[in-house]
Design a protein around this ligand. Structure first.
Ligand SMILES: [Fe+2]
Ligand SMILES: [Fe+2]
Length: 145
């Protein structure tokens, strides 16, 4: 069982975006599994905490790399896509600070468990057209040298 499956999100025409999405799905499922283990036997949450820290870094780099590519190739809907990322990051930051302040790890694991719905929608409606645009621009660039 997993929280989210790679098949739920569209396959990206741009390989780097596809790899990033697969990596994120893997981290989310790892967090879900570690959180279940922690709830069941109340073991030391060190592994879970390390995975959550990895997730936070990953998400920021995920969004930043898409934004770099969009700027490089003048993606027309950059502002809309960037705003969607920023809104998600604001929610992530809020959940992170709630967790750090209360030392209640569920503040962040509950947030993480709710993210697949957002990710599936974002990837399929926003990342897909972005990826298709970027691939076209990169191809054009390689033809014209
Ligand atoms: Fe993405
Ligand atoms: Fe995105």
């Amino acid at each position: 069982m997993g929280l989210i499956y790679a098949e739920q999100v569209d396959f990206m025409s741009l390989e780097s975006m596809q790899e990033t999405h697969e990596r994120e799905i893997k981290i989310l499922n790892d967090i879900d599994k570690l959180a279940i283990d922690h709830q069941l036997d109340k073991t030391d949450p060190a592994q879970l905490i390390a995975k959550i820290e990895e997730y936070i870094v990953h998400v920021k780099e995920h969004f930043a790399s898409e934004e770099r590519l969009m700027r490089k190739y003048n993606f027309p809907s950059y502002d809309m896509h960037k705003t969607a990322h920023d809104m998600f990051l604001a929610d992530l930051d809020y959940a992170t600070s709630q967790w750090r302040r209360s030392a209640n790890i569920e503040k962040i694991t509950n947030f993480v468990r709710k993210t697949p719905e957002w990710i599936v929608l974002h990837v399929n409606t926003v990342d897909t057209p972005t990826s298709n645009y970027l691939v076209k621009m990169i191809e054009k660039e390689s033809i014209s040298g």
